[in-house]
Write a protein that binds this ligand. Structure first.
Ligand code: ATP
Ligand code: MG
Length: 576
């Protein structure tokens, strides 16, 4: 569960303030968001983005987007483009867009410098041997037999590595740090591997690629980053980050690495690798499946960018890993949508209500018409209904009503449980904004299921007001059958049933919720049509009494449930 957090950015902001006070960077503040373009951004990245851009903004600095694109095997322009798009959607504007691959030449030159200074060497051993020799905590490291190669020999071999003289994996360049360090990251880490992969930007220009640790800090230094924020798993890498920078001549003041906690959410995984697995296993439709915690998924689901930003700011930049409740994020989504989403009526599990005394055009009633063997809906009346009580500027719309309306199946009970205040035989309820109706009879199918409710309405209750002030407990939403549109509504539940997916078995797939999506055929009011003046693709509306729903961006008349109306976070907090 979430821990109480200090205000956003506290300890990092404190560091920046202290640095500004000491004049370390001449009051310059430069941060970066450094994604590897090997997948789509997820909610965890939103936290990092909010932190990186937030600190820069707070101190009048700059924040760049830097693609950490040093691994040709897993990266692709598709991801580069989606990341650029997602950051813009989230509401942030990088001052510059950089690519680590643009520094391959500079990194190579710096590697040569380390070799010349006797601080790096070419190792002919394979990865397995190198790993085995690295030892472990309390287990001494074993020095490579190639560690004592001379700088000249190393320079020559390194040049030939680059020239493609050796096979993939035949040699690596390693930093000569300390094989007995308590910090495994310092036991002669690999700087370059030989790898004939096709890179999405440098194509086939290189056959050696820098490792993350070698590329990252040096890229920071080349760009003039001052505060390089990353997640806590890099704490152990900080001495290496500093070691490299301490042994090079830098164009700017040395950047510093600052670590903060990853964001994890209950019932969710936030790791590109695990998310990719869900796609590959066919559990979800793709990176933008509305059940995915990717920004694309959340966006398609209807999460407003403002809500994600507000949530990230609220949880702040903290130093201890903790899992936040998904309900807490949803509560930010609900708050924002309550403000901006227009209200509409939609019936998700429709049941027909026939109003026997409703007038037909020829002066009869529906009941009379039916007796004559005619199935008619009677005349149409229009009611003015407010679009959003939270925002008068949204105005109102005209909603049609006639003698047959769809109501929610669960708003009628033949055999009502105790404290059931919705429609039952003999009871009067309000059809929102229209009339008071009383159920008089039902039509059952062979299995005893209610297929139609018969009712009468009170003509004096137009607008839904009881003329004599009589008490009517329930107000229900409805859609006139005569004007209803068909829609597909997708109801989502948690993708994982466990709070910490994979915690017990190690594999999140074991905790999948088999019923994370349900598709239902709904009846919706005409103002939800996919036409000019209707609902725009991607627009989120509130289906009254049901929840917030986002119109699909591609398929007309498909709606994704963003969140329900009930604030589960509030009740979780209350329960403690
Ligand atoms: P993943 O494990 O999902 O692949 P990653 O850390 O490898 O994540 P990167 O593309 O390297 O992904 O991440 C870019 C930045 O976003 C890094 O600074 C990283 O620390 C940060 N980041 C990634 N995941 C989270 C998270 N769950 N919470 C906060 N920051 C994150
Ligand atoms: Mg990474």
């Amino acid at each position: 569960m979430s821990e109480p957090t200090t205000s956003a950015g506290d300890f990092i902001a404190d560091t920046v303030r202290a640095d500004n006070a000491s004049g370390l960077y001449s009051s310059r503040v430069q941060t970066r968001f450094p994604p590897e373009p090997n997948g789509y951004l997820h909610i965890g990245h939103a936290k990092a983005i909010t932190a990186d851009f937030g600190i820069a903004e707070q101190f009048g600095g700059t924040c760049n987007l830097r693609f950490d694109d040093t691994n040709p095997d897993t990266e692709d322009v598709e991801y580069v483009e989606s990341i650029i798009d997602d950051i813009a959607w989230l509401g942030f504007r990088p001052d510059n867009v950089y690519y680590a691959s643009d520094y391959f030449e500079a990194l190579y030159a710096w590697a040569q410098t380390l070799i010349e200074r006797g601080l790096a060497y070419v190792d002919d051993q394979d990865q397995e041997t190198i790993s085995a020799q690295r030892g472990g905590y309390g287990k001494p490291g074993v020095e490579s037999p190639f560690r004592s190669r001379t700088p000249d020999e190393n320079l020559d071999l390194f040049t030939r590595m680059r020239a493609g003289e050796f096979e993939d994996g035949a040699k690596v360049l390693r930093a000569k740090v300390d094989m007995q360090s308590d910090n495994m990251a310092l036991r002669d880490p690999v700087m370059y591997r030989i790898r004939r992969g096709h890179h999405h930007r440098t194509h086939d220009a290189w056959v050696i690629y820098p490792t993350y640790d070698w590329a990252h800090g040096q890229s920071d230094a080349l760009e003039g980053v001052t505060h390089s924020m990353c997640t806590l798993e890099f704490v152990a890498h900080r001495p290496l980050y500093d070691w490299y920078l301490n042994h090079l001549d830098l164009p700017y003041e040395k950047p510093q690495q600052l670590e903060f906690a990853r964001l994890e959410l209950t019932h969710t995984v936030t790791s590109k690798r695990k998310l990719r697995q869900l796609i590959e296993d066919g559990v979800v439709d793709g990176w933008d499946d509305p059940r995915m915690p990717t920004l694309q998924g959340l966006r398609r689901r209807g999460y407003p960018a403002a809500a994600i930003r507000a949530f990230c700011t609220h949880i702040g930049i903290n130093k201890t890993n903790s899992r936040h409740s998904i309900e807490e994020l949803e509560s930010f989504v609900r708050q924002e949508l309550n403000r901006v989403a227009q209200r509409r009526m939609a019936v998700v599990r429709p049941l027909k209500l026939v109003i026997d005394n409703w007038p037909t055009q020829d002066g009869h009633t529906i009941a009379q018409a039916r007796e004559a063997g005619e199935d008619c809906v009677g005349e149409t009346q229009w009611f003015d209904i407010v679009n959003n009580p939270e925002n008068p500027d949204d105005g109102s719309r005209s909603v049609p009503f006639s003698g047959q309306v769809w109501i929610e199946r669960e708003d009628f009970a033949l055999d009502p449980p105790p404290k059931y205040f919705r429609l039952t035989l003999g009871r009067e309820v309000r059809l929102r904004g229209a009339y008071l109706v009383t159920a008089t009879d039902v039509v059952l199918d062979d299995s005893g299921e209610v297929v139609e409710v018969r009712a009468t309405y009170d003509p004096a209750s137009r607008g839904g007001n009881a003329p004599d002030g009589r008490k009517v407990k329930s107000t229900m939403h409805w859609v006139a059958a005569s004007h209803a549109l068909d829609a597909e509504v997708r109801l989502y539940d948690r993708l994982f049933s466990a709070e910490a997916p994979g915690e017990t078995t190690g594999d999140p797939i074991d905790d999948l919720n088999p019923a994370s999506m349900e598709r239902v055929a709904a009846k919706v009011e005409p103002a939800l049509a996919d036409v000019e003046g209707g609902v725009r693709p991607g627009q989120v509306v509130q289906f009254e009494r049901i929840g917030y729903f986002a119109a699909d961006r591609v398929h007309p008349m498909v709606f994704h449930r963003t969140v329900g109306l009930k604030d589960e976070w509030a009740s979780l907090v209350k329960r403690g």
